[in-house]
Ligand binder design. Structure first.
Ligand code: ZN
Length: 282
């Protein structure tokens, strides 16, 4: 059993995470939910229909792993089954955070996963961030969509919905949510600027090799066989990292290989010329 002091600390941590989610506008209205594994029989979660920015410790609801309420005046979040699915699949996880941070959710709405190797910090902590298929919120579809990726990833985008993260404790899960939103913001700016230099595969291997040094156990390694990622439940990560150091305006070149014709905007053309000149000088 958890001691009352530890219980009070866990409730205080959940209140604090909710406050930060609201302060950073990762949630609007009563959106989002947070949970913590208490022991082998119970977890504690945020109640439904309250703003996560203004919760108090006694509002929390204690439930079992079947989702039945054990203690608390309020009802648990309607997204509780998604949290339960994560705990079932990840014995190493003790905290789960779900929110709708606007930039990451924008990528989830556009159907663009955050799977390119561009930031060392993200490669070390999260690796890639795929999109779990669209599922009607609060139905059994959502845990099923999350199940496909959660063994190999600590953070997911949820198509047309938001994002979910998990960690060894609730603060670790929260910080991963911050990392995802920050990554989404930087990715958006780079794409608006028209260029995205990817980190090479060799460097990605080096960065992931540092995880042990920082005490990072998860997430999974990069897939060497693509069929592993397409399986019913992914056991490795798909991360776009080229063999060579950089790539020139990758989207333009990918399009060219599809239909044999290159169409460039003025900005892409200038970026391409600037890149070519730079390579000539090197
Ligand atoms: Zn949601």
């Amino acid at each position: 059993m958890t001691s009352s002091r530890a219980d009070a600390q866990i409730r205080a941590d959940i209140v604090e995470v909710g406050r930060r989610l609201y302060a950073r506008a990762y949630v609007a209205s009563n959106d989002g939910n947070i949970s913590v594994r208490l022991d082998g029989e119970r977890l504690i979660t945020t109640p439904k229909s309250v703003s996560k920015g203004f919760m108090t410790p006694e509002m929390m609801v204690v439930v079992d792993y079947g989702g039945h309420k054990i203690a608390g005046e309020r009802e648990p979040s309607s997204e509780l089954p998604m949290h339960l699915e994560i705990y079932r699949n990840r014995p190493d996880v003790n905290g789960v955070v779900h929110a709708h941070p606007p930039l990451a959710t924008g990528f989830a709405v556009a159907g663009i996963p955050l799977t390119r190797a561009v930031l060392a910090e993200v490669i070390t902590t999260l690796g890639s961030i795929p999109i779990a298929e669209y599922a009607t919120p609060s139905t059994s579809e959502l845990p099923e969509a999350v199940r496909k990726y959660i063994k190999a990833h600590d953070g997911l985008l949820l198509a047309n919905h938001g994002a979910v993260t998990c960690g060894r404790d609730v603060m670790a899960a929260y910080y991963k949510m911050e990392t995802i939103e920050h990554f989404a913001k930087i990715s958006l700016v780079a794409r608006l600027l028209g260029r995205e230099h990817l980190i090479s595969r060799a460097e990605v291997d080096r960065l992931q090799g540092l995880r042990g040094m920082y005490g990072i156990a998860a997430p999974a390694d990069i897939c060497t066989d693509p069929s592993q990622a397409a399986a019913d439940q992914a056991t490795c990560q798909v991360l776009e990292a080229p063999e060579s150091r950089t790539r020139l305006v990758p989207d333009v070149l990918e399009q060219a290989s599809r239909d044999g014709e290159i169409r460039l905007t003025y900005r892409e053309l200038t970026a391409l010329i600037a890149d070519a000149v730079r390579h000539l000088r090197d």
